[in-house]
Design a protein around this ligand. Structure first.
Ligand code: HEC
Length: 125
């Protein structure tokens, strides 16, 4: 009987650990392939380590999971627009680091994601 309780205790402990870590790991709306492109082309400026305050304020991927649904939907729309129109990453950045310019395929990956994620969020509201 005591052994039994120990197991239950351990199970509960593991469950707590699981739920403590999983939400951080589940960047629910950002699939891995999209995330890889964002990491290369966008994260440098749009995360907690970004040097330009305007950039971080406009969009911070480290905060993505904390943004409210309406904010996310608005940002997804903006992301789609800036990527489609080659406004982001900024031309100066692309000149300096041409290898970080997203390819047409990568751009499409991002814009497809923005649409899907936005639809999913609207449905979930
Ligand atoms: C070299 C730094 C840099 C990189 C790399 C970069 N951005 Fe930006 N981004 C900025 C700055 C600075 C601003 C704020 C000023 C502005 O809007 O131009 C900004 C603003 C934005 C905005 C808000 C625009 C608006 O009209 O409100 C979005 C959305 C955005 N970036 C998306 C992206 C995406 C997506 C990528 C990658 C494909 C990216 N950025 C890469 C610097 C960067």
């Amino acid at each position: 009987m005591k052994k039994h309780l120990q197991f239950i205790g351990m199970g509960a402990g593991l469950l707590v650990l699981f739920f403590a870590f999983v939400p951080g790991m589940m960047d629910d709306e950002i699939p891995k392939d999209v995330n890889e492109v964002l990491m290369t082309s966008c994260y440098g400026c749009h995360n907690n380590d970004g040097k330009n305050k305007d950039a971080v304020e406009a969009l911070n991927f480290d905060q993505w999971n904390e943004y409210r649904v309406t904010k996310k939907v608005g940002l997804l729309d903006k992301i789609k627009e800036v990527v489609e129109e080659d406004k982001m990453p900024p031309s100066k950045f692309v000149e300096q680091q041409p290898d970080k310019k997203p390819t047409e395929v990568q751009k499409e990956l991002i814009t497809d994601w923005t649409k899907e994620a936005s639809d999913a969020l609207m449905g979930a509201k």
